[in-house]
Design a protein around this ligand. Structure first.
Ligand code: OGA
Ligand code: NI
Length: 349
C-alpha cells in the first residue's frame, strides 16, 4: 500500500469510514428557484428554504439564473491552469501579504487537506484589518493575483464570481423573508463585502481511507454557493445526530450551505453544518465555492428581532474582519492550539 505523508493523516474518528452513512441516504432538498417567479408558489419556496436551513443547513438549487456557459467556462480554464507544472503555479502563490492565489495544502483543524487551491477575492481591491489585535483599528488593502496563462483565467473567474454573488444575495433575501424579516434586512452588511471564490482541485489520493480532501469544518461565512463536478465526495453531518450523508452531484445545480454568520444572526435557528470532502484513489475532483462574507466592520451578533427574554442571545458579538484574520492564521501552518471557532463565542448559560 502506498505511503502517505503523516501530515495528511486524520485521527481515526475523523476518517471517511467513521460514522458511516446509512444504506438509504436521506436526500438533502433540491429546490427549483424558477418557482419564485410564480406568485402562487413563491411562499412555498421561501418555507422550503427556511426548513432546509433549520434541519440540514444545506440544500441544492436548480434553475438558479447562473448561466451554464459561465460555469463551464471557468471550469475549463481552471483545469488548464491546474494542469500546468507546479513551478508555473507557484508564480502566483498565496503569501502573507496577499493571502490569495495558488496554494497546495491548507490545514483544516491542523491536519493537511489533500487538495490544491486557487483563491480570488470578489472585490479587487479589498479592505481587511491589518492585524489580529482587537485594539488595532488599522486596515490594509489586498489584491488578487492572476496567472499569465491561461489568458482568459481572470475574465472567466470574474464573470463567474459576479453571477455567484448575485445568486448569493438573492438567497440572502429569501432567507431573510423565511425569518419573517424584510428582504433587505442584510443589505447593509455587504457594502464592503470580503467575499471570495475558491477553486479546489482534489487529486487522486493513494490512501483515501486515511486522508480527507477537506477535514470536517463549518464555513465561517454567511452562506456558500458551491459548484461541484460529477465525481462526488462532499458529505454533510446531519444536525439531529451527526451522521454523515453524501451530497450527490446534480448536473448544473449549486450546493448552498449556511455559514457561521447566519447561524449567529439567527441565534441558532439556522444551522451551519459540519461538512467534509472524501477523496478517492482514481479520479480528480473539482469544486468552486463562492463564500459570501460581510464587510470587515460588521458586528456579527444575534439579530434583535430574533431574540427575546425566552430566547436570549446565545453568542457574544464579534467584528467580522477580526474574526476572519484571526481564523486564517492557521491556514498556513500547524498551530499548537486549535484556531478560533465560533463555539468559543457562545454565551455560557
Ligand atoms: C470548502 C468546502 C467542499 C467541496 O472549501 O469549504 O467545504 O466540495 N468544500 O469542495
Ligand atoms: Ni466548507
Amino acid at each position: 500500500m502506498a505511503d502517505l505523508d503523516p501530515t495528511y493523516i486524520q485521527a481515526p474518528e475523523h476518517r471517511s469510514d467513521a460514522n458511516v452513512t446509512p444504506n438509504q441516504p436521506e436526500e438533502i432538498p433540491v429546490i427549483d428557484l424558477s418557482r419564485i417567479e410564480d406568485p402562487k408558489d413563491v411562499q412555498n419556496v421561501i418555507s422550503e428554504i427556511g426548513e432546509a436551513c433549520k434541519t440540514w443547513g444545506f440544500f441544492q438549487v436548480i434553475n438558479h439564473g447562473v448561466p451554464c456557459e459561465a460555469r463551464t467556462r471557468v471550469e475549463k480554464t481552471v483545469k488548464t491552469f491546474f494542469d500546468l507544472p507546479v513551478e508555473e503555479k507557484l508564480k502566483v502563490k498565496k503569501d502573507e501579504v496577499n493571502p490569495v492565489g495558488y496554494h497546495d495544502g491548507e490545514h483544516t483543524k491542523n491536519v493537511k487537506d489533500w487538495k490544491e487551491v486557487f483563491d480570488v477575492y470578489f472585490k479587487d481591491h479589498m479592505v481587511i484589518p491589518s492585524s489580529t489585535d482587537p485594539e488595532d483599528q488599522g486596515l490594509r488593502v489586498v489584491h488578487n493575483k492572476w496567472p499569465q496563462f491561461p489568458s482568459d483565467f481572470r475574465e472567466a473567474c470574474e464573470e463567474y464570481a459576479r453571477h455567484a454573488e448575485k445568486l448569493a444575495l438573492k438567497l440572502v433575501e429569501l432567507i431573510s423573508l423565511s425569518l419573517g424579516l424584510p428582504k433587505e434586512r442584510f443589505h447593509d452588511d455587504f457594502k464592503e463585502q470580503m467575499s471570495f471564490c475558491r477553486i479546489n482541485r482534489y487529486p487522486p489520493c493513494p490512501r483515501p481511507d486515511l486522508a480527507l480532501g477537506v477535514g470536517h469544518h463549518k464555513d465561517a461565512d454567511v452562506l456558500t454557493i458551491l459548484a461541484q463536478d460529477e465525481v462526488g465526495g462532499l458529505q454533510v453531518s446531519r444536525r439531529s445526530d451527526g451522521v454523515w450523508f453524501p451530497i450527490k452531484p446534480v448536473p448544473n445545480a449549486f450546493v448552498i450551505n449556511i455559514g457561521n454568520c447566519m447561524e449567529v444572526w439567527t441565534n441558532d435557528k439556522y444551522w451551519s453544518a459540519e461538512h467534509r470532502v472524501v477523496v478517492n484513489s482514481t479520479r480528480e475532483r473539482y469544486s468552486i465555492p463562492f463564500f459570501l462574507l460581510p464587510s470587515h466592520d460588521v458586528e456579527v451578533k444575534p439579530l434583535e428581532e430574533l431574540v427575546s427574554p425566552e430566547n436570549p442571545p446565545r453568542y457574544k458579538g464579534y467584528k467580522w474582519g477580526k474574526f476572519y484574520v484571526t481564523r486564517n492564521r492557521s491556514d498556513f501552518q500547524k498551530l499548537e492550539v486549535e484556531n478560533i471557532q465560533i463555539d468559543q463565542l457562545k454565551v455560557v448559560t
